[in-house]
Design a protein around this ligand. Structure first.
Ligand code: FE2
Length: 132
């Protein structure tokens, strides 16, 4: 899936354009690079591979996101570095994760009563994964 990736912090804009400034690290628009393969999505949502089960975000209600149907590793050599949240493809929040003491999950309390929610997780080895 295409996205505009901040070369400073890894934030990915998914609304079809690079922002004037990165909402996470405030880097200027010039810091963004358009990438056709910025985000991975499962090839068949009804038949996930082992890797897809470990990486694709799972969104439940009330808003709680865990990474993977199978829990992803959280060790310093291999872990989920952060989860970014979007409503209607506009960035709303980043939860930064550290290895060893955290599971790859996060929860938000939303004011919005409607809108399409997306979550993108970043594995330090296997890249960015999205669930919409
Ligand atoms: Fe991974």
């Amino acid at each position: 899936m295409k996205g505009f990736v901040c070369k400073v912090c890894g934030f990915i804009s998914i609304n079809g354009a690079a922002p004037a400034a990165c909402p996470v690290c405030h880097a200027p628009k010039e810091s963004f690079e358009e990438k056709e393969d910025a985000i991975k999505t499962p090839a068949d949502a009804n038949n996930l591979t082992e890797s897809e089960k470990k990486h694709a975000p799972v969104i439940t209600q009330p808003l709680h996101v865990k990474i993977g149907e199978i829990q992803h590793p959280m060790v310093k050599e291999h872990y989920i570095t952060h989860i970014d949240f979007y409503i209607d493809r506009e960035f709303i929040s980043r939860v930064i994760l550290t290895p060893e003491k955290l599971n790859p999950a996060a929860a938000l309390h939303l004011k919005a009563q409607s809108g399409k929610l997306s979550a993108i997780s970043l594995c330090n080895i296997h890249g960015a994964w999205i669930k919409e």
